[in-house]
Write a protein that binds this ligand. Structure first.
Ligand SMILES: CC(C)(COP(=O)(O)OP(=O)(O)OC[C@H]1O[C@@H](n2cnc3c(N)ncnc32)[C@H](O)[C@@H]1OP(=O)(O)O)[C@@H](O)C(=O)NCCC(=O)NCCS
Length: 180
């Protein structure tokens, strides 16, 4: 892990080509880079919560998005939450604290904007360090057929997920697989 806090800021249009390149390199394919672009174009997008981490020379070395993800409640109605996805760090900068800096700062910024909870579908060995618990601990369910431990939730405000038993509803952007 690096000792120097990494600059993290919202992405701007000038970052988009570098973000596409970085996300493609991190995942070894273009699918997630296309997802990023679809998310930017949809109503779930929150510009203040699409973040880049930059190196000392200003290059984009990491990227992360938090987008709107409502929970359809079993008792009726819905509760707001955020989806954390995707998270990507440039391959030559992985395992040096960039991802951790991005996730920690994203959670802080989201809390500062008044959001109550974040959901992630990801590595069960990575996200618990940021306070994520299995979604089942809150009665929040995933619409996809994924291993239960990969679907996690984190309250930003204590109690935000109380009485929020239900199913999250991912933006259509997550379902579409056509390349942009
Ligand atoms: C996953 C990813 C975002 C983590 O970012 P990072 O900057 O490499 O991670 P950090 O340096 O902050 O943290 C390092 C820790 O993450 C763990 N880690 C890194 N990649 C991991 C992975 N694919 N699965 C599980 N743990 C992983 C390391 O083992 C290390 O753990 P330790 O602190 O216990 O030794 C980055 O490796 C990446 O872009 N991977 C490719 C794309 C991807 O899989 N994105 C996540 C989708 S859920």
């Amino acid at each position: 892990m690096t000792d120097t806090p990494l600059p993290v800021r919202p992405e701007t249009a000038a970052d988009f080509p570098a973000v596409r390149e970085l996300v493609t390199a991190a995942f070894g394919r273009a699918d997630e880079a296309c997802l990023v672009e679809r998310l930017r174009a949809c109503e779930a997008y929150i510009p203040q919560l699409a973040l880049v981490a930059t190196s000392a020379d200003g290059k984009v070395v990491g990227h992360l998005m938090l987008t709107r993800l409502p929970i359809h409640l079993d008792r009726g109605g819905s509760a707001p939450a955020l989806a954390l996805a995707p998270v990507a760090v440039r391959p030559d900068r992985q395992r040096a604290g960039v991802g951790s800096a991005l996730v920690s700062q994203a959670l802080e910024r989201a809390a500062g904007l008044g959001f109550g909870a974040v959901i992630v579908l990801g590595h069960p060995s990575y996200y618990p360090r940021f306070g994520f618990l299995p979604g089942g601990a809150f009665g929040v369910r995933c619409p996809f057929d994924v291993p239960g431990e990969a679907f996690m939730a984190r309250e930003l405000v204590p109690g935000a997920l109380r009485e929020c038993e239900g199913m999250v509803v991912y933006a259509r952007a997550f379902m579409e697989e056509d390349a942009l």
